[in-house]
Design a protein. Sequence first.
Lengths: 307, 337
Amino acid sequence: MVDVPIPETTRIRVEGPWIVRLRRFAEITRRVLRNPTTLAGLLIIVALLSLAILAPVLTEPNVPDPYQMPRDWGARDAPPGTPGHPLGTTSTGGDVFYGVLWGARTSLQLSVIVVGITVTVGTIVGSLAGFIGGKLDEILMRTVDILLAIPELIFALAIAAVLGPSFGNIIFALSVVFWVKYARIIRGQIIHVKQNEYVDAARVIGDSKLKIYLKDVLPNSITPVIVQATMDMGGIVLTAATLSFIGLSEAGLAEWGVLVSDGQAGISAGKWWASTFPGLMVFLWALGFNLVGDGMRDVLDPRTESR
Amino acid sequence: MQIREYLIRRLMIFPLIIVGTSIIVFVLSRVGGNPVGIYLEHEMSAEEVAQLEERYGLNEPLPVQYFAWARGVLTGDMGWSGVSAQPVTEALIDRIGATLELAIFAAIVAITLGVGLGTFGGARRDRWPDHMTRVLSISGASMPIFWFAILLLIVFWVNLGWFSTGRSDPTIFESIPHPTNIYTLDAILAGNFKALLDALHHLILPSVTLGFGATAIIARMMRSSLVEELNEDYVDAARAKGLPERLVLRRHARRNALIPTVTVIGLGFGFLLQGTVVVEIIFRWPGLGRWMADAVLRGDQATIMAYVLFTSVLFLTVNLVVDIMYAYLDRRVVLGA
């Protein structure tokens, strides 16, 4: 038998799936960041996360609970620039600078917890409905329809109201309200992806249902969920701050909505700072994540853009 | 699917969703504890409490209580509103005009700004005006309404003194009758120009605050559908026959781009409804939103239940109407998918 050498050009280089994924990720990141507004959003997020991480370094943590505003009763309603209170104080002597920084920490925890819970629950419910289908799909989706009938903020407001004012209840209320969207998104995606030939191919070679779901269906359905989750990182903080502003958090918590509410009474007397700075933080937080989420959607999921 | 089939399906599901929503609202009210709480006084004995529970049917099984409540809602009896010290139905009717007026003016702001910004950006795709309008409309969606309202008050009320809070000037309010409780309409009916100006003057800040947030939703949709329309052949045809670009945009592309934009009206309406809660607190606007906020803080369950149910039914109805409108406007849509 003659050994025929394979010409260099016909040799196929097989790369591991992780290298392919990494390459794709790098390419997508490059395309996402090409948009100047997305880049701006990313810079805002990085700046705010740095504030959250550096809060214990930049301010002295309040004891025993650092998430409780420290009170300086000797300097109430101090304007910005007062020594020791660069952004001024509230009418109860709370340091606005402290609240702004620790509020970023509160927001980071809040958004990570709620996005984590809602994406998980939403993905599980949406997957069951979309992948299994039939009667289960019908029941789950009618439930989703009903839950979506109540406007988000009002639903969260009602849940937090019956449970009583506390930040923990706000987290719970937001988790109950926000998972529904994910269930609907992932179900729609899965029904679409299920029809692809590669799913049939996997079935033909005898892959189990679970394997098909985990290897072929879920990874190809998850993109819009990632986009939505990015935007919700901002939207959740915005909604939580609104509920806190209305009065559903504990008083004295280092949270932006609580601070804006504390400062509201003083504005007619010209004390603008106590509401302005914390509110600006909520705005920037939501803006950063919305800009990045929007930019990601343009690149990853052009279809929803025109839906 | 045919339009008729689609409509029948939608109309059949509609009451089911409303019943589902009402069950959620009912369950929610029972999660917060026994509603007998608001009737209790310190010196009551266990026997008296039991009597109260008996009187309001609170010792019945939950499904029975639900049906009793649902029957009440259907006959216009939604209980007693503690925060406004009057029957819930009456309180609702008293306040709906204020909220409706605010929402209508906010919608005018949102639609005007949204269609304007969306057209401006979409016609200049990927150039800096497009980026600017994108940032502006995303800013609207990211803006905490409560903060924006306070900023406007700091500038225009505290520092410039141009506007004030509330719905009207007390002396002007007393000078005309208020049959509809929509002050601009009341002023027109009374033929009182000064009252009309006063009502509009008080509406400006709250409706701009509320409308700015919803602008984003409309602007984004308008922009992307305009970008799509501008790629269509009929636009090239219009240009080829020598129509100036301005008219191509106005007469052809923008008109067609408005059709898909209709679909986000429902979304925008939901946004406005939620926003009224905060806007009404800050601008001291005596509407449904502030009523709800008061009820939330004082744990007034009857009011909370009525408000949530009412806004949900309103929201669902608007969405149904929008879907039907869209089905007729654009026959190409694959219905029921």
